[in-house]
Design a protein around this ligand. Structure first.
Ligand code: FES
Ligand code: MG
Length: 592
C-alpha cells in the first residue's frame, strides 16, 4: 500500500499546525494496542462497522467473521478499527424493527464522518441492517464494501425443508386449524433456524443482501454463501483485502450505485422473487445518493421479468440450495443473456457487473430456472393508485386462480376484483378480532389494515399479510386479499396491496374506510378504489377532522417521537426527510 497523504484520516494524525491535538488523538488510539509507528505509517484506516451482537443474532456471526476481515485488511496494508453499529433484530425489536433502520443509518453516518476512517466494511445480514449501512455509506461516500453474514443452513422437519419466517405463517395456520399443538408448533418453527445466519428463505434479508451484490456493493458470488460455510470465512478475508485496494483506487459508493445499478437491482429482485420491502429500501438508498429512482421504475423495469429462483415462500428451496445453484451471479448471467442488465455498471471488485457475471449460469435448473422455463412469468411488482391512496405495490405473482374466481366482479374483465371490506386499526386490533365470528368474514371479503405506516405504528409494522379467520382456514380458504399502509414480511406469500402512501395517520384516505364499504381492485388499470360516493367521503373526512384526525398511540420513546416528526412515506423510502440533502459529505470533512 502506497503512503497516501490525501487520506482523510491524516487530518487527525498528521496535523503539523496543531501538534498537541495530534498527540491527543494518537494517545487515545494507542491505548488499545496500535503502535505509534502504525498510526504514523500513512496506512489507510478501515472501519469494520459491526452489526452483530447478542441483540442481533442473525448478524452475530459477523463477530467471528470480523477476525478474518481484519486479517485481510492487515495483509493488504491497512489498519482495521472495528466498532458497533446500532443493532437491529427484525423479529425482536418492539414496536417494529422498521423504526431502527433510520436510527442505525443516522448513527453510522456520524461514526463514518466524525472519526478517522478512510473506508469501511459494512457487515450486513438481517433485514434492515443491509439498507441502513448502505444508506450511511452512501451519504458519507467513502470507499465501502458490504459483507453479507450469509443465510442459515436449510431447516428440515420430518424430511421437508422448513424455511425461516415462512414456516411461522404456515404453523400459525396449522395451530389455528388445530392440526398441531403448541409443542409441535414450537418444534416446527425452531427447525427452520438450524444454524447461525439470516433467514434462509427469500425474505427481506436474502433479498437485500442479493440486491447489495446486484448493486455492485459486495464481492460477486458472496451474498448467498451460507453463514457457517468455510467459503464465508474466505469471503470475509477477501473483502478485507479488497477494501484496502478500493482506498487506493478511490472507488466510492457514488461510483458504484448509479441509476444503472438500481435498475439492475430491480431486475434481479423480480428474478429472485424479492421482498416487497426492497422498493422502500432502494428508494431510501437512491435518495441518499441523489440518484433518480421512482416507484414506477419497479413496474416499468421489473414487472415483466419472470421468477427464476425457486425459493420459499414462492417456491420450494432454501438458502443453501440457492448458493449451490450459483447464487446472484447465475441469476444475473441469465438476465444478461436476455439483455436485461446494464452491463457497464461498476462493482466493488473494480470490474463491471457484465464482466463479473456474463459467463455465470445456473448449476441446478430446479433451483435457478432457465429464463424460458421460469417458476412464474411476470414476477415483479405493479404500482397501484386510486382514491384510497396515491401509491402502493403488489406482487401479482402470488395471485392464484381460485383466488381470482372468488373476487371477479365482471367475467368479461379478468383483471378487476371487488368485495366488501373489514377494517382493522393496527395489528393489535386485528389479532384481537380476527377469529370473532361476529365480524362475519366470508371468502368474499377483503381485509384492510391501517394505522400501520411509518408514523402510525412508528417504523411501519409488517402486518398487512393477515391470515383469514380460523373457521375459513379450516374450510380451505388460505388467503384473503389484504390492503394496508403497513409492510409485509418478505417471508410471506399473501396477496397483498401494501406500503400504501399516504398512510391513515397522516390523513390518507385509508382513514375514511368503514367496514362494509366495497373495494374495487383493477389490476389492468392499476387502480384501487373505494366504491363510496365522494359526498359521503367528504362527510367522513369532516367528521374525522373534527375529532382531530386519525388516532394513533402516543410515542413511547424519544426516538419514536423524533422519527415520527421527520419520517416520510414508504413510496419515497420512509427516510428522515431533510437528511437527503447531506450527500457525499466526506468531501466536506475538515477539523474545526
Ligand atoms: Fe433476521 Fe430474518 S429475522 S434475517
Ligand atoms: Mg421482515
Amino acid at each position: 500500500m502506497i503512503l497516501n497523504k490525501t487520506l482523510r484520516s491524516r487530518a487527525w494524525f498528521d496535523n503539523p499546525d496543531n501538534i498537541d491535538m495530534t498527540a491527543l488523538y494518537l494517545e487515545r488510539y494507542l491505548n488499545f494496542g496500535l503502535s505509534l509507528e502504525e498510526l504514523r505509517s500513512g496506512k489507510p484506516i478501515i472501519g469494520i462497522a459491526q452489526s452483530g451482537s447478542d441483540l442481533s443474532p442473525c448478524n452475530r456471526h459477523h463477530i467471528v467473521l470480523a477476525e478474518r476481515v481484519r486479517e485481510g485488511i492487515r495483509e493488504a496494508g491497512g489498519i482495521a478499527l472495528e466498532f458497533p453499529v446500532h443493532p437491529i433484530q427484525e423479529t425482536g425489536k418492539r414496536p417494529t424493527a422498521g423504526l431502527d433502520r433510520n436510527l442505525a443509518y443516522i448513527g453510522l453516518v456520524e461514526l463514518l464522518y466524525g472519526y478517522p476512517i478512510d473506508a469501511v466494511v459494512l457487515t450486513t445480514g438481517c433485514d434492515k441492517t443491509t439498507p441502513a449501512s448502505l444508506m450511511a455509506a452512501a451519504t458519507v461516500d467513502i470507499p465501502a464494501i458490504a459483507l453479507s453474514v450469509g443465510p442459515m443452513l436449510n431447516g428440515w422437519h420430518k424430511g421437508q425443508r422448513t424455511g425461516s419466517g415462512t414456516i411461522v405463517w404456515k404453523a400459525r395456520e396449522m395451530l389455528a386449524e388445530g392440526t398441531i399443538d403448541d409443542e409441535e408448533f414450537i418444534r416446527l418453527v425452531a427447525s427452520s433456524a438450524p444454524s447461525t445466519g439470516y433467514c434462509n428463505t427469500m425474505g427481506t434479508a436474502t433479498t437485500m443482501n442479493s440486491l447489495a451484490e446486484a448493486l455492485g456493493m459486495m464481492l460477486p458470488g458472496t451474498a448467498t454463501i451460507p453463514a457457517p460455510h468455510r467459503d464465508r470465512q474466505e469471503a470475509a478475508y477477501r473483502t478485507g483485502k479488497r477494501i484496502v485496494e478500493m482506498v487506493a483506487e478511490d472507488l466510492k459508493p457514488s461510483d458504484i450505485m448509479t441509476r444503472d445499478s438500481f435498475l439492475n437491482a430491480i431486475a434481479v429482485n423480480s428474478a429472485i422473487g424479492g421482498s416487497t420491502n426492497a422498493p422502500i429500501h432502494l428508494a431510501a438508498l437512491a435518495r441518499h445518493l441523489g440518484v433518480e429512482l421512482h416507484l414506477s421504475d419497479w413496474q416499468k423495469h421489473g414487472h415483466d421479468i419472470p421468477l427464476l429462483v425457486n425459493l420459499q415462500p414462492a417456491g420450494e428451496f432454501l438458502g443453501e440450495d440457492f448458493h449451490r445453484a450459483g447464487g446472484v451471479p447465475a441469476v444475473t448471467g441469465e438476465l444478461i443473456r436476455q439483455g436485461l442488465i446494464r452491463e457497464t455498471a461498476m462493482t466493488v471488485n473494480g470490474r463491471s457487473i457484465g464482466d463479473n457475471c456474463r459467463e455465470c449460469a445456473s448449476l441446478d435448473p430446479q433451483v435457478i430456472r432457465p429464463f424460458d422455463d421460469p417458476l412464474m412469468p411476470k414476477a415483479g411488482f405493479i404500482v397501484l393508485s386510486g382514491n384510497l391512496f396515491d401509491a402502493a405495490i403488489m406482487k401479482t405473482s402470488v395471485i392464484g386462480e381460485e383466488f381470482c374466481a372468488r373476487y371477479l366482479s365482471d367475467p368479461e374483465d379478468p383483471d378487476a376484483f371487488e368485495g366488501p371490506v373489514i377494517v382493522f386499526d393496527g395489528p393489535e386490533d386485528y389479532h384481537r378480532r380476527i377469529d370473532d365470528p361476529a365480524l362475519g368474514i366470508t371468502d368474499r371479503h377483503m381485509l384492510i389494515m391501517r394505522g400501520a405506516g411509518p408514523v402510525g405504528y412508528p417504523g411501519a409494522a409488517e402486518v398487512v399479510n393477515m391470515r383469514p379467520p380460523a373457521y375459513l382456514l379450516s374450510q380451505g380458504v388460505h388467503a384473503l386479499p389484504c390492503v394496508g399502509d403497513g409492510r409485509q414480511s418478505g417471508t410471506s406469500a399473501s396477496p397483498s396491496i401494501l406500503n400504501a402512501a399516504p398512510e391513515a395517520a397522516v390523513g390518507g384516505p385509508l382513514a375514511l374506510v368503514q367496514t362494509g364499504d366495497r373495494l374495487r381492485i383493477d389490476l389492468g388499470k392499476g387502480r384501487v378504489d373505494l366504491l363510496v360516493e365522494e359526498g359521503e367521503l367528504a362527510r367522513r373526512r369532516a367528521a374525522l377532522d373534527a375529532e382531530g384526525g386519525y388516532p394513533f398511540p402516543p410515542s413511547q420513546t424519544p426516538w419514536q417521537e423524533i422519527q415520527r416528526a421527520l419520517v416520510g412515506q414508504m413510496d419515497s423510502g420512509a427516510i428522515l426527510e431533510g437528511s437527503e440533502k447531506y450527500q457525499r459529505i466526506a468531501k466536506t470533512m475538515g477539523l474545526p
